[in-house]
Structure formats: C-alpha cells, structure tokens
Design a protein around this ligand. Sequence first.
Ligand code: BES
Ligand code: ZN
Ligand code: ZN
Length: 496
Amino acid sequence: MKPNMKIQVTGAAEAARAALHIVLLPEGATPAIGNGKGSALELAARLLRRKEWKAEFRSDLLLYGQEAQDRLLLVGLGPAKEVDAEKLRRAAAVGLARARKLKVKTVGLSLEGAALKSIKPAEAGCALAEGLLLGSYKTPTSAKKPDEKSAGMLTVRLGASRQKEAFAAGVERGRIVAEATNLTRELADLPGNQLTPTILAQKAARMAKAEGLKCRIYRKKDLERMKMGGILEVAKGGVEPPVLIEMIYQPRRFKKTVCLVGKGLTFDSGGISLKPSNKMGDMKYDMCGGGAVIGAMCAVARLKPSVKVIGLVPSSDNMPSGTAQKPGDVLKTASGLTVEVLNTDAEGRLILSDALHHATGFEPDHIIDLATLTGACVVALGHDACGLFSNDEKLSKRLQEAAEVTADRAWPMPLFPEYQEDLKSPVADLANISGGQGPGAGTAAWFLSRFVGECSWAHLDIAGVAYGQRNRDYIGGKGATGAGVRLLAQFIESLS
Ligand code: BES
Ligand code: ZN
Ligand code: ZN
C-alpha cells in the first residue's frame, strides 16, 4: 500500500494554522488561546470553563471560529494523571478518523502541555505517530467505496510544544515501527491465492534487499537436504512448495543475538483433519506470526539496534489430498526427534519444530517465536492479549515490560513440566496433540520447547490478536493487526 499520510514536526503555531487543528486535551486543562478573540480556541476555552464539555477520553468536539478557515477539533484524553502512550495512540486515531470524514488535506495536531506531565516528549511523539499511521491503514479490498477512493494524501503537522528534538526523534521511531507493522498487516490481509509460500519469500527478499538485510530462501530441495520432515510433511498435501525464509541483521558491534521465528502457514485448511467450513477463510491469517517476523526485521533494519537479529519464517499451506499426511503418520524432524501426527490440524508446531531447531544453530541468547498456534489460546485470553510462554523468567519479564510499553499486549501463561505427559506417544518421541482434555495452548507450547535445546526461549501464541482484535481506534475490527511487531521492536531495543 502506498503511504497516504505525511507527518511533519512543526512549531505549535504552524500546526494551529492547518485546515483542521486538532488538540488532544486532558480533563481540567484549557487550551492556550493567545489573542484570538472570536476564535474557535476561545470558544473552546469558554465551553471548558463552563464544564459543558469535559475532555473525557475519546470524546470529541468540533468547533468553528468566526474566520472561515478556523476549524478546531478537541479530543479528550481523560484525567491528566492517567495520560499514557496508549491514550495518545487512540486519541490521535480518533482525531484522524474525524479529519478523514471532513476530507481536509492538512491537519495540525497538538498536545495540550498539561498532558506532558505524565509522559515524556519522545514517548508522546512515538505514540502519536503510531496512532496516526496505524490508524491510516486500510484493509485492501477490491470493492472500494467512492469516498475511500478519494481519500488522498493527508499531511499532518505535529506541533511540538517542548523538547522539540526529543519529540521529533520519538515521531521518527513511531513512524518506523508503524510502517513496519502496516507491512505485516498488508501481507496478512492478502488472500491465500495471492500469498503463497513462494510469494511470501519473494516479498521478504525484496524487503530485505531494500533495507540492507542478508536474506536466504531455503527451497524444497534444501529442506530435504536439511531433513526438515516437519515442514515437508505438512506441505506435501498441497501443490505449493514450502520454503524457509532466513533474514539477518548484523550490526558492526553487538553483544546479544536474538532469533525470531514466525509461523508462516499461508493457508490452514486443517489437512485431512479438515476444519469446519465456518470461518475457514480466516485461516489465510495463519501466516501472521511469519508476517510479524518480516515486519519486525524491517523495523530492526531501520532502528539499527546493536543486537544481531535473525528472522526465520517456515512457510507452507496445509491442504487435504491423496498426498497429504494422515492422522497416525510418524515423521522425523530436523532435530532427530520423531513425531506421531494424531491431528493434521496441529501443523504449526510441526513446521516450527524445524525452524526452531535451525535457530539453535545460530547459538542465540534468546529465541522468540510467534504463531497463530491454538484456538485454545483465544478461549483463554480472547482478543486482548497474546499468550506468553517461556522457559526463562527474566526473558518473560522483559517481554512483559515491552508489551506494557507498547500496549501490544502479552500475558504470561504457565509451562508446567506435567504437560509433557500429555504429549507421550507409544510410537514416537512426541505426539503432536494432547491425548486428553489438556490445556491446548500450554501443551502446544510444551511441544515447541522440545526443539530449542537449552536456549532461553519464549513463545507468543497470537491466535487471538493477529486479526479481528477488539477495536482500539488505531487497530481492531476486521483485518490484520500486525500484533507482535511493536512488542518485538521494543524488546530488541531494550537489549541494545
Ligand atoms: N491455525 C490454527 C489455530 C488457530 C485457531 C488460529 C483459531 C487462529 C484462530 C492451528 O493450526 C490449529 O488448527 N490448531 C488446533 C490444534 C488442535 C488440533 C490441537 C486448534 O487450535 O484447534
Ligand atoms: Zn491447524
Ligand atoms: Zn494453523
């Protein structure tokens, strides 16, 4: 998607002169009115003094001054003490939605000074840029409504009231992360026939080349040589050849190495253990973990942290056919561990097992995988947070912190050793599903843990948050969210 928004950091006065001036305002504050008698700002101040509008979070008020071009939109932030990055993201997106409806070409957005009591200018700049750019993403559809077609380029002037340099640096960081997240959303929203493993690999390679990353695509022959039975067995029911995408960011100086691994199922029909047809189309989103890794690599390439980062995406379709794997089959993964496939719909863990094993070869300090792995995780946490499983308490804490800062939420889940009993098989080292009524998300995580050796590792089950999330103004509703990209970028930067 071509960007449909330009963001500039300007002085407050310049922002105020745009076709629409948006002021994000905490409760109890009044906007500075300067000498503008009869202006929309003066009107706003009067209404606020009379408490006729209270700046409740997400509420908005459009006012016109006496001059024809004087147009002001107030967006409430709620109590000043409670203003945080997430409130700014959401309020910016609320303002943007109004601006789009008014069809203006330039918007000035400023943050009332009182809001900066509880948040640093750099963080505020980052959050505003994220709210605007994530909020301007449109799910690509072929049948566009006429008003969407005409929604052209919007220039947003972000008025910096203090510490302009820090604010501008924050805006730049927000822009990088939001654009990378939108790249992930774009990949994920493509239908399965337009995003095969081969096409996903081409797109990843193109991004890597443009951003100066090393990239290598392992094709079917390579996967055979590497004895990646997990990926190959899942792919054999379909006609699309599988791939393993490897992207590497290596700065001159680094102390830590992180491997990111993302499930890249371009379509999951369930295979012979066929899924019910209701909502099966959503399974084009089964590559969201892989998409998030590609987006995160793009962000890392631009943010340039002093951490080596390797991104791995095993990618395949999961289809039923005469050549598909069958329940009861036994396969051998690249690690040497054998797996009894009791349900061909538990395919994500099979392709991930080989990619996780490949990741250990880089001897990283941490491995983090992201996958739309289980419906059970959606039952557990709904659409508000992904499940976070880890064999390393410290790593888990760091990821929780990054999740908190970015509001790209992750919630810790247990990985009890007893789970291994659920995955016992009489004919292989492991079964791919739990025999009983086990905790589905936990046993899936336990399965993955068997392929990382002694490495510090975390698994994010993003099945509930990768698409169709609860509305948060800048994400949510139908379509892909890019879940995981902001979290990973924040986490990696925290290591450098
Ligand atoms: N891709 C699905 C998981 C999923 C479900 C993602 C709903 C997004 C929304 C995964 O491959 C799958 O089918 N898992 C099975 C595992 C079961 C067979 C043990 C599931 O969750 O039902
Ligand atoms: Zn499945
Ligand atoms: Zn799947």
